[in-house]
Design a protein around this ligand. Structure first.
Ligand SMILES: Nc1nc2c(ncn2[C@@H]2O[C@H](COP(=O)(O)OP(=O)(O)OP(=O)(O)O)[C@@H](O)[C@H]2O)c(=O)[nH]1
Ligand SMILES: [Mg+2]
Length: 449
């Protein structure tokens, strides 16, 4: 923590501007050496034009804009300097090298955010929100991260923690001062509070279904026998010719993955090799992969060719996917539908990958089973599995404490679960998070954050 850290804050590669960030007590002294001006004193929170020179030769390296954030009014709470250079990878690397020579240390993943946490500039859920905002795949998911970054999760949790603490205090004081049992009216009050807590924690945890969907989205696999038009549909949904389409059965061999967004939900779409018995080595590997993709997907779209009667292969695929979360789609509606097309008794979507007819209906049908109607999506959503897990654990602890309380167990025993519950809630915002938990969480950040 005493060391001054440095990292590239913008992506690697050529760009208009590249920003290098320094944090720590030596940030400004290091910059003074870079600009070769001992009394360089940029006004805090203002952009200052400066020239940076080669440490040894004195050659001009770049003209830059320097922004100084004086401690504690900075992202990390330490002295921070941001140097905006021209986005030349060689200049940026050279500049970082100079900083390292001047005794800055390369920042570890998430170290800027970790320092912000350590200096009380934000809590853990807010630091995680920065990571999630940067990683967001859709604007809806980014908006949720911004809400968390603004402290909404901590805000939702605080009254719950206060209420839990109330219960704990009452039980503890009973332990210390009262010889007899808790009077019945007080016991009822405690029971009601515990039930209320279980209820409210449950509501918050229930938003995870929608939150996870917005953040991680769905894996959807297109499967079917060769030539039904999987790759054509894949391309039609993406809006460009990504996969090779031919009239030859067995065209697709490898799996193709692409992302699209349907109604704010990121969908990872997988085109697979047509399923059939084959002696071709390459194709049979593709078929094996297609089966794996099927098992792994949140939803399997089984595609059929509506212009032909079902084949044995079609029937096999329909049988083997019957227990999966699947959607049956009949393709090639631009052709005359086969009079012998015998579809199973299930909901089907009819479409033409060629003309685009029915694609909207297919998109709707893909996300429909996942849209949690019971959750108000305009509210704050739990989107992090870590938070969800801690809420669930906390609820379980309170439930078991309530059961023990109802069995008239001693306060001491009832309190154990309640203390665990409050510790779990504290881990969401980081108050009760251990050192190695933090290390694990921040290792999912990238350098420069
Ligand atoms: N008329 C018509 N033809 C289509 C339609 N969709 C696909 N086709 C044709 O069907 C043939 C096979 O299409 P693909 O998209 O390559 O089929 P696939 O299911 O990916 O086949 P494999 O990769 O071999 O498993 C091509 O000749 C397409 O032009 C459609 O909606 N209408
Ligand atoms: Mg194909």
């Amino acid at each position: 923590m005493n060391e001054t850290i440095v990292a590239l804050a913008t992506p690697l590669g050529r760009s208009g501007i590249g920003v290098i960030r320094l944090s720590g007590a030596d940030a400004l002294p290091i910059v003074r050496r870079l600009v070769r001006t001992d009394d360089f004193a940029p006004a805090p929170r203002a952009a200052t034009l400066a020239k940076i020179f080669d440490l040894e030769t004195g050659d001009l390296l770049d003209s830059v804009l320097i922004t100084y954030f004086k401690a504690p009014h900075s992202f990390t709470g330490e002295d921070v300097v941001e140097i905006s250079c021209h986005g030349s990878p060689v200049v940026l690397r050279q500049l970082i090298d100079f900083c390292l020579k001047l005794d800055a240390r390369m920042a570890a993943a998430g170290e800027f955010s970790l320092r912000a946490l350590a200096h009380g500039r934000m809590d853990l859920s807010q630091a995680e929100a920065i990571r999630d905002l940067i990683d967001a795949q859709t604007i809806a998911s980014a908006r949720q991260s911004v809400r968390q970054l603004r402290g909404e999760l901590s805000h939702e949790l605080q009254p719950l923690k206060d209420e839990l603490l109330d219960v704990i205090v009452v039980l503890e004081s009973t332990l210390e001062f009262v010889e007899d049992d808790l009077p019945e009216y007080q016991a009822d009050g405690i029971r009601a509070k515990m039930l209320d807590l279980i209820d409210r924690l449950g509501w918050l945890a229930a938003t995870f279904r929608a939150g996870k969907l917005l953040r991680e989205g769905l894996k959807v696999a297109l499967v079917g026998r060769p030539n039904v038009g999987k790759s054509s549909l894949f391309n039609a949904l993406l809006g460009h010719d990504r996969a090779i389409v031919t009239e030859i059965a067995g065209t697709t061999r490898d799996q193709l993955h692409e992302k699209l967004v349907i109604d704010n939900i990121p969908v990872s779409l997988i085109d697979t090799a047509g399923l059939r018995e084959t002696s071709d080595t390459v194709e049979s590997i593709g078929v094996e992969r297609a089966r794996r993709a099927m098992a792994d997907a949140d939803l399997v779209v089984v595609l059929l060719d509506g212009s032909q009667p079902l084949t044995i292969e079609d029937r096999e695929i329909l049988d083997s996917t019957a227990d999966l979360n699947r959607l049956i789609a009949v393709n090639k509606t631009d052709l005359v539908e086969s009079p012998d097309l015998q579809l199973p008794a299930a909901r089907v979507v009819r479409l033409s990958a060629k003309t685009g007819a029915g694609l909207d209906a297919l998109e709707k049908a893909i996300i429909e089973p996942f849209h949690p109607q019971d959750v108000d999506q305009s509210g704050f959503l739990i989107s992090d599995a870590r938070h969800f897990d801690l809420l669930a654990r906390s609820t379980t602890e309170i439930e078991s404490s309530l059961a023990l309380f109802n069995q008239k167990m001693s306060e001491e025993i009832v309190l154990i679960g309640l203390h665990n519950a409050i510790r779990y809630l504290g881990q969401i915002t980081g108050e009760t998070t251990t050192e190695d938990m933090l290390t694990r969480i921040f290792s999912t950040f990238c350098i420069g954050k």
